[in-house]
Design a protein around this ligand. Structure first.
Ligand SMILES: *Cc1c(COP(=O)(O)O)cnc(C)c1O
Length: 395
């Protein structure tokens, strides 16, 4: 079948919940993807911040293949070695104490919310606890994650969702304080808002929220699903600010393409929240998924991925800043490390489509922001190539 025939068949058979770009992929290599006609694309999307190590990483592929030949799934009635090893490594890089494996980011958010509710329930026995989330946040598409997603447009048709969710404004501490009551059990936010347009939290704001949480025994949940796993230059974005959450969620790059996520918590939360029978998942933490996590964490260290993020991230930010100065329709650059956004004064879809024709993959974050979230092994040369194509599209 040719590309057009595949696309027509897809649009007949798949539920149409995505407006897809008109490309059918064949394979990937490093920071490049190839469509089924052999056309090569420089990829600054990396499967939405997933393929941190680049496509077709041999050491990663070999580890997965070896595990496939041993055992792929055994269930959570038993222990398995990759899950134990991956947990040890996750604890080491995060400083958190306990890990629960999930299959996606949204599922990690569900678990985090349940842990926070149970923690508060064990304290006072109430069943009407409140959670404070941020406007313009994104935490996923399942009913619980949607309940704390600060985009009314995503939520409306699915109401009623989880009750007692209140919204505050990111980086406006007074707006958070104004929503706190004696029923507040958790405050949840992305350390760097992704889908909402690449907005990092400010250090002051995060520190003030953390102090408030400690004062009132409210749990701070940081969603590191997109901004975590090295993307901003530290393993987790909160480490830059030295503000440790009580519960943290991760997914996306943690498995580099194998569908996996996790929520992690401190020992205090672990000892006073979810217990036997409270939570579970059939696939979560299976040997194949955990081999992926384990190998990804090894390769981050071996390949000094964080050093590359800091070096190339700074270079990318500099190049994007030049564009802000040069073009008056580009309003600002925002972001940290290799999680960058360019804010325009108009919709960016046309620019993204032009880039696609020229073999460059970019995505938006909201209608007026182009998001740059390449593989974390991207080089300065790749950045130069990307900027050259982007400038052709801006002209
Ligand atoms: C992608 C994302 C999610 C949802 O993850 P899924 O794996 O798509 O369920 C949640 N939070 C943030 C910040 C994300 O970027």
């Amino acid at each position: 079948m040719n590309m057009q025939e595949y696309i027509e068949e897809a649009e007949r058979d798949l539920l149409h919940t995505y407006n897809r770009y008109q490309i059918v992929w064949d394979k990937g290599d490093g920071v490049y993807l190839y469509d089924i006609n052999g056309k090569k694309y420089l990829d600054f999307v990396s499967g939405i911040a997933v393929f941190a190590l680049g496509y077709n990483n041999k050491a990663y592929n070999d580890a997965l293949k070896a595990q496939i030949d041993k055992v792929i799934h055994t269930s959570n009635y038993y222990y398995n070695v990759p899950a134990i090893e991956a947990a040890k490594k996750l604890k080491k890089v995060s400083g958190m104490d306990r890990v629960f494996y999930t299959n996606s980011g949204a599922e990690a958010i569900e678990g985090a919310l349940k842990a926070a509710k149970k923690y508060a329930y064990l304290k006072d026995g109430r069943t009407d606890h409140e959670i404070i989330a941020m406007e313009h946040s994104f935490h996923g598409r399942t009913m619980g994650a949607l309940s704390v997603t600060g985009n009314p447009h995503y939520r409306e048709a699915f109401e009623p969702l989880i009750p007692n969710i209140k919204y505050a404004t990111l980086n406006d501490f007074e707006s958070v304080k104004a929503q706190v009551t004696d029923k507040t059990c958790a405050i949840i936010m992305e350390t760097v808002q992704g889908e909402g347009g690449i907005h990092p939290v400010t250090e002051d704001f995060l520190k003030q929220v953390k102090a408030l949480c400690e004062e009132k025994d409210i749990l701070l949940i940081l969603d590191e699903i997109q901004c975590g796993m090295g993307r901003t230059g530290t393993m987790f974005a909160w480490q830059r600010y030295g503000v440790k959450p009580d519960i943290m969620t991760c997914a996306k790059a943690i498995g580099c393409g194998i569908p996996v996520g996790a929520f992690l918590m401190t020992e205090k939360v672990a000892q006073n929240s979810l217990t036997s029978g409270d939570h579970g998942t059939t696939y979560g933490g299976n040997p194949l998924a955990c081999t992926a996590i384990s190998k990804v964490l090894d390769l981050f260290e071996e390949q000094k991925v964080l050093d590359n993020v800091n070096e190339v991230g700074e270079y990318l930010a500099g190049k994007l800043d030049e564009l802000v100065l040069k073009y008056d329709f580009i309003k600002a650059r925002r972001g940290l490390g290799l999680m960058q956004g360019l804010a325009f004064d108009k919709p960016v879809s046309e620019i993204i489509n032009k880039a696609l024709e020229r073999g460059l993959l970019l995505i938006n974050a909201g209608t007026q922001v182009i998001r740059f979230i390449p593989a974390l092994i991207v080089s300065k040369e790749n950045v130069d190539d990307m900027i050259a194509i982007l400038e052709e599209c801006l002209a």
